[in-house]
Design a protein around this ligand. Structure first.
Ligand SMILES: Nc1ncnc2c1ncn2[C@@H]1O[C@H](COP(=O)(O)OP(=O)(O)O)[C@@H](O)[C@H]1O
Ligand SMILES: [Mg+2]
Length: 300
């Protein structure tokens, strides 16, 4: 399932469909906004690239509810409700998962004092990041040096207009030299990982993570431990009765070199299948197993 604009940058879709065909699973691409689709006709609906939800979150979640009421939604509804808002980072932290220190703030707070207090609490941070809690593809994510305090507050206040929520984080400079590591799991099993280069340039340019910024990378043991802990914490927090079918955990190194969670993408992640040999087939196989023994298996 995709949307009307993002299929072209869903780099996983062709590989996944081909793998499904190989193992005898029928697929069809549908748009979530298409009101003509009768979702109950399908054995399962797989969330793939509905990335225009960013501007229409409540509408999208209402759609997820309708689908969930009529067929198997993957990942399940509880995941969509929780994982599309980066406030989940606070829940992960409460469950003992190391995350990038994050201060959440909303329109009821004064942006200038939020930024000032955050800088005071993080004297070690030479730069900070301000981003919306609901976002994707680096949208509205910005990096500010300490001397740009007023600009950071201005960005926060813009994001909070119309009731939005934001988060502030220290900017971890390791990403400039080492990138971030994005690990992909299927049914609790590590599949592959990529290195994603830094998206936020010192001059304020914000890159979007097209394929040229990604490279295959083998995640080390310390990264796998944190990524598995994040996925297990999510599944237990949500009370899921089965492990997450798929998930991506993005890690960066903190100032002590320890991997910490930057993002947990378990609803509609880009899975970097072009960078993981055999990964499309691995995904198709767990998907077929999850859709289960129905006589005419099909995934839309
Ligand atoms: N705290 C941070 N330290 C360093 N880089 C960051 C930080 N937060 C975000 N970035 C950079 O901005 C990009 C987008 O931010 P991210 O939190 O992943 O949001 P999105 O949901 O838009 O992908 C990241 O891939 C990373 O390059
Ligand atoms: Mg990201």
């Amino acid at each position: 399932m995709t949307d009307t604009v993002n299929l072209a940058i869903d780099y996983d879709m062709p590989l996944l469909r081909e793998a499904c065909t190989t193992i005898g699973l029928t697929t069809e691409i549908c748009q979530w906004e298409d009101e003509e689709v009768d979702w109950s006709r399908f054995d399962a609906v797989l969330l793939r690239s509905p990335w225009n939800y960013v501007d229409r979150l409540s509408e999208f979640l209402a759609w997820c509810e309708r689908v969930d009421a009529s067929t198997l939604l993957l990942n399940p509804l509880a995941v969509a409700r929780w994982a599309l808002d980066k406030s989940y980072l606070a829940d992960l932290a409460a469950l003992g998962v190391p995350i990038v220190p994050s201060r959440f703030a909303g329109p009821s707070e004064d942006p200038a004092s939020v930024v000032r207090d955050f800088l005071a609490e993080h004297p070690e941070a030479t730069e900070i990041v301000v981003k919306p809690v609901v976002g994707a593809y680096s949208r509205e994510v910005q990096r500010f040096t300490r001397s740009m305090e007023t600009k950071a507050a201005g960005h926060m206040s813009r994001l909070c207009e119309e009731g939005g929520q934001v988060l502030l984080q220290p900017y971890f400079g390791s990403v400039d030299s080492n990138g971030e590591t994005d690990l992909v799991y299927f049914d609790r099993r590590y599949s592959h990982a990529i290195r994603k280069s830094a998206m936020l340039m010192p001059d304020g340019t914000v890159n979007v993570p097209t394929l040229e910024f990604r490279k295959a990378r083998v995640a080390d043991e310390s990264e796998r431990v944190v990524a598995s802990a994040a996925l297990d914490a999510a599944a237990s927090h949500l009370g899921l009765d089965r492990p997450l079918l798929y998930g991506r955990v993005d890690l960066i190194r903190d100032d002590n070199g320890k991997p910490v969670v930057l993002e947990l993408d378990i609803c509609e992640p880009s899975l970097n299948l072009p960078f993981g040999e055999g990964s499309a087939l691995r995904f198709a196989e767990v998907l077929a197993e999850r859709v289960g023994g129905s006589s005419s298996r099909g995934v839309r």
